[in-house]
Design a protein around this ligand. Sequence first.
Ligand SMILES: Cc1cc2nc3c(=O)[nH]c(=O)nc-3n(C[C@H](O)[C@H](O)[C@H](O)COP(=O)(O)O)c2cc1C
Length: 152
Amino acid sequence: METFKMIQSRKAVRQYSGQITKEQLQKIITAANAAAVGMGEFENYRLTVIQKAEILNKLSGIYDAPTVIVVSAKNPSAMEDISAGTIVHNMELTAEDQGLGANYNMSSLGSIPDDVIPDGFKPIFALTLGQTTEKFVPREISLDKIKTNIVK
Ligand SMILES: Cc1cc2nc3c(=O)[nH]c(=O)nc-3n(C[C@H](O)[C@H](O)[C@H](O)COP(=O)(O)O)c2cc1C
């Protein structure tokens, strides 16, 4: 989909009807790697793709998603938090551009078992993913959802 149309069409999807394919996952991971991160320090981040039922069952607030991708960072600070946002946002747009349902997720972070995340890294943001029956059509976006002041 054309970029601006996709931005207008994206939405939080919390109902999933099946697992994503390997090809869809590969494209989403490519999008993560195309994200901007502070100082270009890609080595300070890790992606963990969770598709194992035994682990997913332990996660809170994931709406029975069949896939959860966790972004973790070394020594999280504001720059890492923001960079995790750009990574997850790239993945969310790419997932929904492929017709998948996706949603940003922070509520699962405290429930992720330590041994799932690489040593020395802390989870900071996550994405829930799955097939969906929802359609993506441009939404009416009001200009003042976020109040703006223009200084000139
Ligand atoms: C930083 C951040 C954290 C979020 N955490 C959650 C979450 O834990 N659970 C959830 O259901 N939605 C979560 N969301 C999704 C927002 O609730 C959602 O994007 C917002 O309500 C706007 O709706 P829209 O995405 O459909 O435009 C999060 C979004 C962001 C940006």
